[in-house]
Structure formats: structure tokens, C-alpha cells
Design a protein around this ligand. Structure first.
Ligand code: G3P
Ligand code: MG
Length: 359
């Protein structure tokens, strides 16, 4: 019976827990292909290790575009082990606590395929969620180069945007129609109080700050990321550069924004809380609560493929960092811009090295 109530993860010996944060793209997956070392690394964390115990880990990705539940279902099937939603942090997971603040306000979300961005925001509790295609449906002349497909007509929501002030724009994942999204973002951000139907002079060099009361946030700063293609692909960071270049050409300045995602501190703080809850939160009534101790940051191992995001963020958070060669980073090009604690061929070697070092 005691075992039934045992916490999900026992800490190693009497020491504080050892924990891992695994990046996804370029570490576990390349696009839809599973990196061979990933399964072996996850087996070690699931208990196939000298201590014979499960080691707590989360997946910490700048990716996203679907709900955590949907992504976990797909990841569990692809990786062949159960990944629970409380083990997955996507680029936009940090937005979940913000839903309350916007309960009476309209927001515009970008990114993700079709209606998926709206579904993510609604799954966090945001109530009045719009997507750029809703605005196109309201007035097709706002961007004459895209006609709604039959599928898009099935999920766009009809709203009179001349009466709907938008209070925040969240770029959750990679936009699929950069030109439409940049036009709509600019219309919203430059319209007084975010009422997209109102007049403004499109190329005013002067840009009054009062109009920037609308929060603009990007959830993933990655300029590049790695899928099956042999050269890294442009990520959401590239979209941000494109938006700011157009906005600057029209107004003479960048638009202020908030940046979430690795390497930013807010993301790593969120990851520490997830790991803490994973280890200490009772899973069911009557669970034995391990004597709660903070996890020393150095006992959290970030395993990533992108020095600019994974390694930079882990180093800044005083975590241990391991850079692998199966993604963006290629030792043949140049030394890493951010020095990891250790450099490994792949995620299996990384987990084995950390395990030997810490137990
Ligand atoms: O869009 C995902 C990409 O930016 C990188 O994802 O898993 O390597 O943080 P990840
Ligand atoms: Mg990666």
C-alpha cells in the first residue's frame, strides 16, 4: 500500500532530486522523425538506470501551436513513453496564468495551423479570442491577397471589429501567412485602442505611444530551429524580425514587445516550478509528501541543441547545461556562442554523463 501512495519520483539517496529539462526539436525529434538516442535516454530516466528509480524530467520546447494535451498525446505515441501534460512546457505555456487578467478583454492570437492558436488560448481560459482570419472574414479588403478557404470559413468567427477593442496580441507559434498577419498586427497596433476599423495614417513617421497600450508578446525568439532538413529552418524569431522591419519602415520605430521562451528567465523559472510540482505535488489523496527541498539549480540538467536558447538560458538560471550535436549546433561550423557544462553527441550520452556525475 505504501508503494501505491509513493510520490511519482523518489529523490536520489538523501540528496536533493536530480532532474532534467529536455528540449524537443534537435534533441528528441528532427521534425517528425525520432532521433535514435531519444528512446534510450528516456528509458534511462524511466528507471533503466543503476539506481532503478524514475528520474523527474520535463520537456521544455520553444515549439507549440497545439494544446499541451494534444502535443502530449502525439509525443507519447511518437516517443513510445507516457508524457503527461504537467511534464510539457511549450513556448506559450507561460501564458496560462495570464488568462485571468484578460477575462473581460479581447485578444488576438497568431500562429499554429488553422484554428489551433485559438484552441490553445481557450484551453488556458482566455475568453474573447480572435485570430487574423476572423478580421479578414469581417472585411476581406483588409488584405486582398488571401481568400478564405472552405475549411477556414468553417472556423472563423463573425465579429464586428469596428466595435471590438483588442487589448493584446500574442504570437503563440509560427504564423502560416506572414503577409496577412503583419498587415493585421500593424492595423491593430496602430489603431487607437486597438479598434481595427478606425482610421490612422499608415505611414506616419511619428508614432504616438498612447497607441502602444496594446501588449504585444512573442512566445518563441528562435531565429532558427532544426527539423529533418539538413540546414536549420527559420523560426518565430524570423517572423518577429520581418514584422519589426515593416513596422519600422512605416513608423520609424520598432513596436515594444514582451519576449517569452528560452533563453528568457521567465521560462526557466516556470520550468523550475514545474519540476518542483512534479516531484512534490501529491498525485492522489494521501500521497506521502517527500520532505520538500528546493532542487539546487545545478542539479537541473538542460539538454538542448541551440546554444542561443537552451544553453544560454540554462547558464543564466545556474542550471547545468548539455549541448548535443543532433540539432542546430554543428561543431564543424564554430564553437558554441554559449559554453555548456558539457557537450555530448546526443541525448543518450548527455543523460548518462549527468547521471554518472550526480549519483
Ligand atoms: O518552433 C520550434 C523551434 O523554435 C524550436 O523548438 O524544441 O528546439 O525548443 P525546440
Ligand atoms: Mg531544439
Amino acid at each position: 500500500p505504501a508503494l501505491q501512495n509513493a510520490p511519482r519520483f523518489k529523490s536520489t539517496k538523501s540528496r536533493a532530486p536530480l532532474a532534467f529539462a529536455l528540449d524537443i526539436d534537435g534533441v528528441l525529434l528532427q521534425g517528425s522523425s525520432v532521433i535514435p538516442a531519444a528512446k534510450r535516454a528516456l528509458d534511462i530516466l524511466q528507471g533503466q538506470n543503476p539506481l532503478g528509480i524514475k528520474i523527474p524530467f520535463i520537456l521544455m520546447t520553444n515549439g507549440g501551436g497545439v494544446t499541451e494535451e494534444a502535443r502530449c498525446k502525439k509525443l507519447s505515441a511518437t516517443l513510445g513513453i507516457e508524457i503527461a501534460p504537467d511534464q510539457l512546457m511549450q513556448a506559450h505555456t507561460v501564458l496560462r496564468p495570464l488568462a485571468e487578467k484578460y477575462s473581460d478583454h479581447s485578444i488576438l492570437v497568431l500562429g499554429g495551423k488553422g484554428n489551433k492558436g485559438r484552441e490553445v488560448a481557450q484551453s488556458y481560459g482566455f475568453k474573447n479570442v480572435h485570430i487574423p482570419l476572423d478580421i479578414l472574414a469581417w472585411n476581406p479588403t483588409i488584405w486582398p491577397f488571401h481568400q478564405l478557404t472552405e475549411e477556414e470559413k468553417s472556423f472563423v468567427q463573425s465579429t464586428d471589429f469596428s466595435k471590438t477593442p483588442i487589448h493584446a496580441i500574442f504570437v503563440l507559434h509560427d504564423p502560416r501567412n506572414w503577409s496577412l498577419d503583419i498587415q493585421i498586427m500593424t492595423d491593430v497596433l496602430r489603431s487607437p485602442h486597438g479598434v481595427v476599423g478606425s482610421e490612422y495614417v499608415p505611414t506616419t513617421r511619428r508614432y504616438s505611444h498612447s497607441q502602444s497600450a496594446i501588449q504585444l508578446a512573442f512566445c518563441n525568439p528562435d531565429l532558427i530551429w532544426r527539423n529533418e532538413y539538413h540546414v536549420p529552418r527559420f523560426g518565430q524569431g524570423a517572423f518577429k524580425e520581418a514584422f519589426q522591419a515593416v513596422f519600422r519602415a512605416a513608423t520609424g520605430r520598432n513596436h515594444p514587445f514582451t519576449q517569452f521562451g528560452k533563453p528568457h528567465e521567465v521560462t526557466y523559472k516556470f520550468g523550475e516550478k514545474m519540476l518542483h510540482d512534479l516531484i512534490y505535488k501529491p498525485v492522489s489523496e494521501g500521497d506521502i509528501m517527500e520532505n520538500e527541498k528546493d532542487i539546487p539549480p545545478s542539479r537541473i540538467y538542460m539538454i538542448g541543441d541551440n546554444p542561443a536558447s537552451d544553453i544560454a538560458g540554462a547558464n543564466a538560471a545556474s542550471w547545468s547545461s548539455i549541448l548535443v550535436r543532433t540539432g542546430v549546433y554543428d561543431p564543424a561550423h564554430a564553437p558554441p556562442a554559449h559554453q555548456p557544462t558539457y557537450e555530448a553527441e546526443d541525448v543518450e550520452e548527455a543523460v548518462k554523463w549527468a547521471f554518472e556525475r550526480e549519483t
